[in-house]
Design a protein around this ligand. Sequence first.
Ligand SMILES: [Zn+2]
Ligand SMILES: [Zn+2]
Length: 244
Amino acid sequence: MAIKLIRLSNILKNVGKNFNIIKVGLTNCYLLKSDSCNILIDTGYKGKAKIILDYLETNGINAKSIKLIILTHGHYDHIGNAIELKKVTGAKILIHKNELPLLRSGVTDSQSTKPLNIWGKILLSKISSIDTTFEEIKPDIIIESEFDLNSYGIKGRIISTPGHSKGSISIILDSGDAFIGDLGMNGLPLRIGPGEPIFGEDISEIYKSWDKLVKNKAKSVYPSHGESFDIEVIKKILSTKGLS
Ligand SMILES: [Zn+2]
Ligand SMILES: [Zn+2]
C-alpha cells in the first residue's frame, strides 16, 4: 500500500510536466515534448524497443515525431535499443565523444564500469553473467561540451557531467528538471535512497559533476534508475563532504 501511494505521488508530481517517463525494466527513459518534435533520452536494454514503441502508440505519439535520441552514456542498459529505434523513428543519435569506445559491439558493462562500493561489486558480478551485447552504434551527433536543445523546441541544454563514465552527460531544462543518467541513483535494487551511483569511473568526478548540476540550477533530479529526487539531496551530501 505504502509503495503504491509513493508511486501515485510520483505520477502526480509529473502531471503537467513537458516530459514523460517510459520505464524499460530498471531503466527510466524520458520523452521530452515540444510543439515541433519529441526527444527521447536513453533507450533501455537490448530487445526492449517494443516497450517504448507500445508506449508511444498507447499515448497517440507518432514515432516519427522523435527527432533526437540522446544517450546519457554508453552502457548497455541505456543504448540497447538505439539502433532499432533510430530505424523506426529516423531520429539522430547524440552522445558525448568520450563514450565512443563503449559503442563498439562486444564491450560489456563489467569491462566499462567499476563498482564504487561493495554492493556495486556484488551486482556487477551478477551483470557479468547476462547478455549485454548490442549492435554497434554510429552516432550522428557527437558532442564535446554543451549542446543547446532550443533548435528542437526544448528550452534546455545538455552539459557534460563525467564521473559515472568519462562521457556521461546530463540534460537540464530551464524549468530546473535535470535528467542525469547514472550520475545519481535511487531505490532498490541499487540503493535504499537517493545518492551516489554504485558503479562509476571516478567518485571525485561525480561530486564535481554534482556541483555542476547545482550551479546550472537543477531543481528536480531524474535518474535513469529509481524515482526522482530533489537537488537538496545532492547539496546536502556535497556539504557533508565539505565539497560545496
Ligand atoms: Zn551506467
Ligand atoms: Zn544504467
